[in-house]
Design a protein around this ligand. Structure first.
Ligand SMILES: NC(=O)c1ccc[n+]([C@@H]2O[C@H](COP(=O)([O-])OP(=O)(O)OC[C@H]3O[C@@H](n4cnc5c(N)ncnc54)[C@H](O)[C@@H]3O)[C@@H](O)[C@H]2O)c1
Length: 246
């Protein structure tokens, strides 16, 4: 489906980002994997390369730093010639109730999740305009739509991604570029490993399908949105949550 397309994926070293890299490479794409954690990234991307035979590069970058993102995009374009697909996946949580939230917890989450999405989009969009084709897929969250006690910073960053996505979709629709967000429910990754058994059981009781999602449940939707089959879909939020929110 994605034969010889080039995908630039942030937060690719584990969890959802790693599953996205694997699924897109299996679908025929070459991969630029981006992460803060270069050691974990290198071993994860080596596995992707070995199992799919696609070309894979790794670049250490902090999505919250515009210079670092620009250098990563330059590196990917130097190797592959262009970027067809951007996946804004890197994200963090620093949970606290508003009353106790530290400015640093607020700032870090907004900077990584929302400003990081802006930096990466800005850095790839010129090339996409030139190619008259591009796919921008950003990982939001159900929490950005429903809110969540203890996650005001995270929810605000994810709601921000949704507004940003719709604006980019409107700005570049006539240049052959689509921008969509995916809003996962709760997915089995390191991010949700920290939940206590009690919180996990309460969550599961709110999910009609009775389970957390897998990283592949999200990666398969990224593959579809990145493909030529999704040409007429833009500015949308695709909910992938086992029925938790409908
Ligand atoms: N796991 C879930 O239940 C869930 C639900 C909804 C949305 N999401 C979103 O999906 C995305 C991936 O989540 P995950 O569960 O795989 O998380 P994870 O913590 O397992 O992986 C996140 C990756 O992003 C990288 N990263 C963090 N900050 C970075 C930065 N500044 N620059 C570059 N890379 C950075 C980390 O090193 C890590 O490899 C996030 O945006 C998250 O908010 C996750």
């Amino acid at each position: 489906m994605l034969k010889d397309k080039v995908a630039f994926i942030t937060g690719a070293s584990r969890g959802i980002g790693n599953a996205i890299a694997t699924v897109l490479a299996k679908s025929g794409a070459d991969i630029a994997g981006i992460d803060l954690n270069i050691d974990e990234l290198k071993s994860a991307m080596k596995r992707v390369e070995d199992t799919t035979g696609r070309r894979v590069i790794t670049v250490q970058a902090d999505v919250g730093d515009s210079g670092s993102v620009e250098r990563a995009v330059e590196e990917a374009i130097k190797v592959f010639g262009r970027i067809d697909i951007l996946v804004n996946n890197a994200g963090i949580t620093r949970d606290n109730i508003v009353l106790r939230m530290k400015d640093d917890e607020w700032d870090r989450v907004i900077r990584t999740n929302l400003t990081g999405t802006y930096h990466c989009t800005k850095a790839v969009i010129r090339g996409m305009i030139k190619n008259r084709r591009g796919r921008i897929i950003s990982i939001a969250s159900v929490v950005g739509v429903m809110g969540n006690a203890g996650q005001a910073n995270y929810a605000a960053s994810k709601a921000g991604i949704i507004g940003f996505t719709k604006s980019v979709a409107r700005e570049y629709a006539n240049r052959g570029i689509t921008a969509n967000a995916i809003a996962p429910g709760f997915i089995e990754t390191d991010m949700t490993k920290v939940l206590t058994e009690e919180v996990r059981n309460t969550l599961i009781s709110q999910i009609p399908m009775g389970r957390l999602g897998s990283p592949e449940d999200i990666a398969n939707v990224v593959e579809f949105l990145a493909s030529d089959e999704a040409t007429y879909i833009t500015g949308q939020v695709i909910h992938v949550n086992g029925g938790m929110y409908m």
